[in-house]
Design a protein around this ligand. Structure first.
Ligand code: URA
Length: 219
């Protein structure tokens, strides 16, 4: 049923004098429902250059979601997130935390590769982000690790222009991703590609990941 029809129906019941209604559980959408909805997606210009949509992968009941910015060349070829050089670093972080890629969920802000690995543009993010929001709503992780500036800026709905936003300042502290009634702690950290150029920053990422694991243990 459409939400607008449901609202009309509830108003009708209210007009009849009912103050409460009882419902049976609604069908909860699954990740495959969301994936099916974006087959052959042409909602933004990124579709023109893509080989594969990189939907995201992992556990539908994951406690942790890692969210990057958008697929690179390897991801575009394979249709899987974080499988190139930066992906190897992310995989090694996940494994050092005692987890496997199958236990967590890995996704991106945009699902198609931006040309020459440029940052996704605001219109591309606006077109694609609703599907990530749906994925988060289905998975409802305990914590999200936002990988890099674009991911953090988008998930935290930061109004400051992206050019002025500093991931260096934001990393290492918890913020909240909110969507309707849902609120999920977000730990921003450096993007794995940054670690390829700045090896020492891996200690900061490790520290951020430890805080995230502690948060999960604290419940
Ligand atoms: N960089 C990202 O942000 N995401 C990927 O999937 C790969 C590289």
């Amino acid at each position: 049923m459409k939400i607008s029809d449901l609202t009309t129906l509830l108003q009708y019941y209210k007009s009849l004098g009912f103050s409460e209604v009882y419902t049976t559980p609604l069908h909860k959408p699954s990740l495959s429902d969301i994936k099916n909805a974006i087959q052959d997606c042409k909602r933004c210009k990124l579709h023109k250059g893509r080989t594969n949509i990189v939907f995201g992968e992992g556990n539908e009941n994951a406690e942790i979601m890692f969210i990057g910015e958008g697929p690179g060349a390897d991801e575009d070829q394979q249709g899987r997130p974080f499988v190139g050089k930066a992906g190897q670093l992310l995989t090694s972080l996940i494994e050092k935390l005692g987890l496997s890629r199958k236990e967590v969920y890995i996704a991106n802000i945009v699902k198609c590769r931006p040309p020459n690995n440029r940052d996704p543009e605001p219109d591309e993010i606006s077109a694609c982000y609703p599907f990530l929001r749906k994925q988060i709503a289905v998975i409802r992780p305990k914590v999200i690790m936002a990988l890099g500036k674009i991911s953090t800026h988008t998930l935290l709905n930061i109004q400051e222009p992206i050019q002025r936003f500093s991931i260096m300042k934001a990393r290492g502290s918890f913020y909240n991703y909110t969507d309707g009634l849902m609120s999920i702690p977000v730990m921003p950290t450096y993007h794995p590609s940054y670690l390829l150029r700045n090896r020492e920053a891996k200690w900061d990422v490790w520290e951020d990941a430890q805080k995230m694991m502690q948060r999960i243990r604290d419940g």
